[in-house]
Design a protein around this ligand. Structure first.
Ligand code: B12
Ligand code: SF4
Length: 501
């Protein structure tokens, strides 16, 4: 029988603000690389095992991997699931598989990950072409040719070899359609009220921005000599229309989560796609991360109207900070004034769109007054929801230092984009002030914001708001208790009952 390449997403805890019914999105990276492997390796079997989507815990996963006997196992994790990534690698190696890791976490900790002895190859940056080449060399048993495969790291006699970076795929339309048929498509968003029959889709890759804290522009950046530069690539509207058609008509998907770091970075394609969708009468709910400055631009061009008419109804904006100076210090070029303008447009012209803002705290020099100012800004901006994210030293960003590596992976549980809840340490005073402000600071603007949200005329928006608000209250109360009770090993994540099953 032909060899098997098995992509595996192992069991993991849930982010506490997500509903269990829509906390797991289709792993698009795996589907995209699987399609590419199938196209280029006709005599290779390719499968994806998405354990969380199947509510499959570790015991069943282990049995399943033993049963399938893969020659290669592909893994790719967020930092927060490093524990699970390494556990999976150990399991795969015990079954005799070659373990290949990639994505925005492993790609930035290659030497450390390889030294664990659990991972054989790390793929850096964009995966499709590199993986096809790497698998070809491995199947030919041509180990002397491995240094010619660009974009990988591996160990040779305990030395880490890192090959030159892989150039980006110039034309994203040239990629095959993601292998949705290898995913348990029906499971995503099943039972979800607000994101029913969810699918993940990408308009493009990378970003034109180069914000300090962000790993996303780097993951899909362009190397010019030793320098990594931001690079935005987008698919054509026609190709995207085809993807939406397949998802909606063949796979009966009803909600699309755009996975782009910045959906509206390109001034043309989102609007052009929306026009095509409207012309075909394809109305489908959509959520996206967007930049506020680009949103204002698209409101003027009319592109935003088309996007909303075609179904865009949740917009996530990285507003980050309460003042222009500290936004600029992060090298973010979309500022607070853009956020004010963007939210005014959404409120007045597109009240059906749910708006969620995210904010960063923990920059050098941040004080209790800074976090209070951030909280105040959330209701001045009349956001529907907001998240406060501690500045996180993600591998690949300037905050990362190799001494933060933890071979057990446990330390990365704290890379969860949640308030740490620690009674002591760098963020403790800021988080206490934030919690107190959340609980006690109720000026008129906040009451107005709440009553507007609770009685919003749009029932979907009202529903999403209520659920998010309930989860937020429960999370912050638990965090408050935690501050007195001591360290919480789960880091605030929610372990599902099936985790070990
Ligand atoms: C969809 C998504 C979610 C969904 C679904 C998560 C899920 N587990 O199902 C939701 C919203 C629930 C979510 C939650 C969280 N997420 Co999230 N999420 C994403 C998002 C937007 C899309 C991922 C995606 O499909 N990308 C498209 C694919 C095509 O790109 P790609 O993953 O980079 O893959 C390419 C390469 O990297 C490489 N590659 C990737 N994997 C592999 C594997 C192999 C073997 C190889 C060879 C190559 C390879 O090749 C691929 C194709 O070229 C990314 C941001 C982003 N745009 O990537 C964040 C992102 C992955 N999330 C992130 C985080 C931090 C989280 C949370 C911890 C907090 C939060 N809410 O944001 C939680 C954790 C949830 C959990 N327990 O799983 C961070 C991870 C940072 C890091 N280095 O750890 C990211 C990068 C966003 C960010 N702001 O930085 N997330
Ligand atoms: S605008 Fe958003 S996606 Fe782009 S670099 Fe900045 S944080 Fe990253």
């Amino acid at each position: 029988m032909n060899e098997l390449f098995l992509f595996v997403r192992p069991p993991r805890p849930l982010w506490p603000f997500n509903s269990p019914a829509s906390a797991f999105w289709p792993p698009l990276a795996f589907a995209s690389m699987a399609a590419m492997l199938r196209q280029h390796h006709q005599n290779l079997r390719v499968e994806i095992l998405d354990a969380p989507a199947l509510t499959m815990g570790w015991r069943t996963l282990e049995a399943e991997i033993r049963r399938r006997q893969p020659a290669f196992v592909g893994i790719g994790e967020e930092a927060v699931s490093c524990v699970e990534g390494l556990r999976l690698a150990r399991l795969a190696k015990a079954c005799g598989a070659t373990v290949i890791a990639g994505g925005c976490f492993f790609g930035n900790v290659a030497p450390e990950a390889l030294q664990t002895g659990l991972i054989d190859f790390v793929v850096h940056g964009e995966g499709e072409v590199t993986l096809v080449e790497l698998v070809a060399r491995l199947r030919e048993r041509a180990s002397e040719a491995l240094p010619n495969v660009n974009g990988i790291s591996f160990l040779r006699e305990s030395e880490v070899v890192t090959t030159p970076p892989r150039p980006l795929v110039e034309d994203l339309d040239s990629l095959p359609l993601p292998a949705y048929d290898l995913l348990p498509v029906d499971r995503y968003g099943a039972g979800s009220r607000n994101h029913q029959r969810l699918a993940a889709i990408e308009l493009g890759r990378g970003c034109f921005g180069a914000c300090d804290f962000c790993v996303l522009w780097r993951q899909m950046g362009r190397w010019a000599g030793n320098k990594l530069l931001p690079r935005l690539r987008v698919k054509s509207p026609e190709r995207l229309l085809e993807e939406v058609r397949v998802l909606v008509r063949r796979y009966d998907r009803r909600y699309l989560g755009w996975v782009d770091p910045c959906f509206n970075a390109d001034p043309e394609v989102p609007g052009q796609l929306a026009e095509l969708l409207l012309r075909e009468n394809l109305h489908v709910g959509q959520s996206a991360w967007a930049r506020a400055d680009a949103l204002v631009r698209d409101a003027h061009s009319g592109a935003l109207r088309s996007c909303v008419q075609s179904g865009l109804n949740e917009m996530y904006l990285g507003i980050e900070r309460p003042d222009s100076l500290s936004v600029a210090a992060l090298h973010k070029t979309s500022g607070v004034e853009h956020a004010r303008a963007a939210l005014k447009i959404l409120r007045e012209q597109f009240p059906e769109v749910l708006t969620v803002g995210s904010f960063i705290y923990g920059l050098p020099g941040d004080t209790v007054a800074t976090v209070r100012a951030i909280h105040r800004l959330t209701f001045e901006l009349e956001l529907d929801q907001f998240f406060f994210i501690p500045l996180t030293p993600l591998p690949g960003t300037p905050g990362w230092r190799p001494e933060l590596w933890d071979p057990s992976g446990e330390r990365f549980r704290q890379f969860n984009f949640l308030p740490t809840g620690r009674p002591h340490g760098r963020y403790a005073a800021l988080e206490r002030a934030l919690l107190l402000s959340l609980l006690l600071n109720w000026p008129a603007a906040r009451w107005r914001a709440w009553s507007r949200q609770l009685f919003a005329p749009n029932s979907r928006k009202q529903r999403v708001h209520r659920r998010l608000a309930l989860r937020a209250v429960s999370f912050h109360l638990r965090r408050l208790l935690g501050m007195f009770a001591g360290d919480d090993p789960t880091g605030g994540l929610v372990f599902p009952t099936w985790y070990e099953n």
